[in-house]
Design a binder for this molecule. Structure first.
Ligand SMILES: C[S@@+](CC[C@H](N)C(=O)[O-])C[C@H]1O[C@@H](n2cnc3c(N)ncnc32)[C@H](O)[C@@H]1O
Ligand code: SF4
Length: 454
């Protein structure tokens, strides 16, 4: 990839797990009442036909990885588990009262933090408590994020018995220097064990998270990590670009210096070399930063054009309604977004008052809904079209003007009423989405709020 393209397009930009992106939510036009109304509307429209998704945030981690951008609480006090599970079940109960009809659950994802921080008994209590008030869809998918260092065989078996068939493990990088810098010692043997156990128990999809652009990471480290990963043949891989956002995460990411982090074309070379190695090992690229073996369900949805993207990243099954439970979780009713209280004590206090702990959100305008669909199309299928009148939008001329320059740079081709991203343009998909982002166009951020696109 050309260095001049990287210099030109390496700007701060969103990862588009939502549109509008969180810093552009219009909080003045949002209220808990509106959230409840759009939630109910979406539920009534979609529960019977496709069911709903649940994202449950389990925030605790035993130690802090200094590169981590997730919302977590570092503690060794496992007595925090029980009150947290009770609170999440109370939150679910408040939603069930509001929805009136029994929810049909299509998808559950346990994210974190570290879901496997929790004991088997508490995870069982959580899932059984949730399912006691719901029906399960026929083609349901339950998945969780496991930390290889504390996922036990018993965790895997218990969650399998509850219906979980997908697991993703955080790996990041196997090099000692990198692991020390990010304060995460992640032995290969441990990852091999948890991968093997999941396979023996019958999990259908095992995924590993790798990250490029970590402090001190060089080309050799990336290639070695990919070769070791390939020896375990996970069905799926996330190959994330390290999001260096120290201004948001406070001291967490300051365990190393800015100059220890690979940047620009050096960082991009890590991705390019890693991608080449993954393709050589038989993995296929899908969407942004994701790879899978041909038989993986998500790769099949990518090929069928049905891949979807939400706050959890990519998913093969889309539901119109996703309810997020637990601190900091984001819910999506399609017509509006809502985010929960991030502070644990304030979250508990809200639930003690029998209130849904939503603190901010955004109601999507008709224009937002169209632009969101274009951005989803680009992120999931690398193309989008405005041939249907319902997909046309007011500032199309200005958007196309910006796309013409990208066409000249070989990133995409513009046809009468659609654009298609070229192979060369795929690494710049975030920049291409930014051309459609009318909120960003109208109000440029005054300080850096997003990570760099490359
Ligand atoms: C919640 S963690 C995974 C589960 C478990 N806590 C663990 O670490 O194994 C989610 C994943 O997000 C990715 N991640 C976290 N912080 C990141 C950052 N700053 N940039 C890119 N990826 C990041 C990592 O790959 C990590 O495995
Ligand atoms: S990477 Fe995982 S274990 Fe480490 S701090 Fe982040 S959420 Fe916790």
């Amino acid at each position: 990839m050309s260095c001049s393209l990287i210099q030109k397009y390496n700007v701060a930009g969103p990862r588009y797990t939502s549109y509008p992106t969180v810093p552009y939510w219009d909080e003045s036009s949002f209220s808990l009442q509106q959230w409840k109304q759009t939630l109910k509307r979406s539920f009534d429209e979609s529960n019977q036909s496709e069911g709903i998704s649940l994202y449950i945030h389990l925030p605790f981690c035993e130690s802090l990885c200094t590169f981590c951008g997730c919302h977590k609480k570092v503690t060794k006090r496992h007595e925090m588990e029980q009150p947290y599970i009770q609170a999440v079940l109370k939150e679910w109960d408040l939603y069930c009262q509001l929805l009136q009809e029994k929810p049909i659950i299509k998808e559950i994802h346990l994210g974190g933090g570290t879901p496997t921080f929790f004991s088997i008994e508490h995870l069982q209590q959580l899932i059984q408590g949730v399912l006691a008030k719901a029906d399960i869809a026929k083609d349901y998918e339950f998945s969780f994020e496991g930390h290889p260092n504390n996922t036990t065989r018993a965790h895997l078996q218990a969650l399998y018995d509850l219906g979980f068939r997908r697991v993703s493990y955080g790996v990041q990088d196997y090099n000692d220097t990198v692991q020390k810098a990010i304060h995460r010692i992640q032995p290969f043997e441990q990852v091999a064990n948890v991968t093997q156990w999941a396979r023996e128990i019958g999990y259908r999809s095992i995924s590993h998270d790798l990250v490029f652009g970590l402090p001190f990471q060089n080309l050799n480290d990336v290639l070695k990590t990919i070769d070791l990963t390939n020896s375990l043949m996970p069905d799926r891989l996330a190959f994330y670009s390290y999001a260096h956002v120290p201004w948001i995460k406070g001291n967490g990411q300051r365990g190393f210096k800015d100059q220890d982090v690979p940047k620009d074309d050096v960082k991009r070379t890590l991705y390019e070399a890693g991608k080449k190695q993954l393709l050589a090992h038989g993995y296929h690229e899908m969407g942004m930063d994701h790879f899978a073996l041909a038989q993986d369900g998500m790769y099949q949805s990518f090929q069928a054009g049905t891949l979807h993207r939400n706050f959890m990243g990519y998913t093969s099954s889309k539901t119109q309604l996703m309810i997020g439970l637990g601190i900091s979780s984001i819910s999506d009713s399609w017509y509006s977004f809502a985010q929960n209280e991030k502070d644990l004590e304030a979250y508990y206090a809200c639930l003690d008052r029998d209130e849904i702990p939503v603190v901010k959100g955004h109601v999507l305008s008709a224009e937002d809904l169209k632009i969101r669909q274009h951005i989803l199309n680009l992120m999931c299928t690398f193309q989008t079209s405005w041939a249907e009148p319902s997909m046309d939008f007011t500032e199309r001329a200005q958007v196309i003007e910006q796309l013409i320059e990208m066409q000249q740079d070989g990133l995409l081709t513009i046809e009468t009423d659609r654009i298609v991203i070229t192979e060369q343009g795929k690494p710049f998909v975030r920049n291409i989405c930014m051309a459609f982002d009318l909120h960003l166009k109208r109000r440029k951020p005054e300080t850096q709020i997003f990570s760099m696109t490359i």
